[in-house]
Design a protein around this ligand. Sequence first.
Ligand code: NDP
Length: 292
Amino acid sequence: MAVLINGTELAKKVKAEVRLGAEAMVEALGEEARPDMTLIVFEGDPVSRSLVAMKARDCEAAGIVPTVVELPDETTEEELFALIERLNADEKVTAILCQLPVPPHVSTKKLLNLISPEKDVDGFSARLDGDITDLAACTPAGVIRMLDEYGIEVAGKHCVVVGRSNIVGKPMAAQLLMRDATVTVCHSKTRDLASFTRQADVLIVAAGHAGLITADMVKDGAAVIDVGMNYVEGRLAGDVDFEGVSQKAAFISPVPGGVGPMTRAYLLKNALRLSAEKHGMGGTAVGSRPNE
Ligand code: NDP
């Protein structure tokens, strides 16, 4: 039976680290150095609004000041981009997030390119050829921390990532490469997915396809990280058949209670990091671990 990678507990630890870091910044530099986050959300999407409300509460609990900007769905692309440019230029604003998805009349690609990399708290603009200590996208950063905390070595190992999106699959593969893993990236056009996943010492699944990975697709003793979030009959489910795969893997992360809480925690970590960099405190406030 696999060891359960408990993202909920680990996220509490990360949030406590952020809170300590935020208070250390305030103690050293005064209240104006308290980390902040501006969260933009289109008001017509109830799921996005509740996610933003949750992120704002996370900020408050971690000593970060949230500002929520709710936009009517009729807001034009030009108006949104003008707002982002104002926030980019505003010295008081340290971290900016625009909750996805945005309405179809707004280009997600242009939007994400517009948010200044120095304020991009999601870490979506983090360079894939960056350094191990650079800002990283929250989900891959959270997954790396999960692997580290459970002593799962990736250097020299075969890591298989299922999914190649710009916000999860690709930055995940880049993070693993930076840590000297041998990385295979699979996607919807991959022929015979199981022939790749069966080779994985570490299997990271981010396809958005409930139950995609079954026990016969996993090597004995592998570490399996399930990023997927799917709603099946109203319940949250991952991309991995947890019951079956946990009989075969050495480590497994559940859904819910795995990567999701870690992504949220690393959003806060990124906010602290951007704030520390802005105030010239670098790793001092953030900690000495890679990506922190
Ligand atoms: P995308 O839809 O942008 O990307 C999905 C990727 O999976 C694509 O590269 C796609 O291939 C690939 N894929 C889809 N179906 C298959 C299949 N049957 N076999 C192999 N590959 C497949 O999603 P995201 O990357 O944004 O998110 C992935 C999942 O992770 C979603 O469930 C999402 O909700 C979840 N998620 C969870 C987070 C968390 O915190 N836990 C954070 C972010 C996302 P192709 O490129 O060929 O289309």
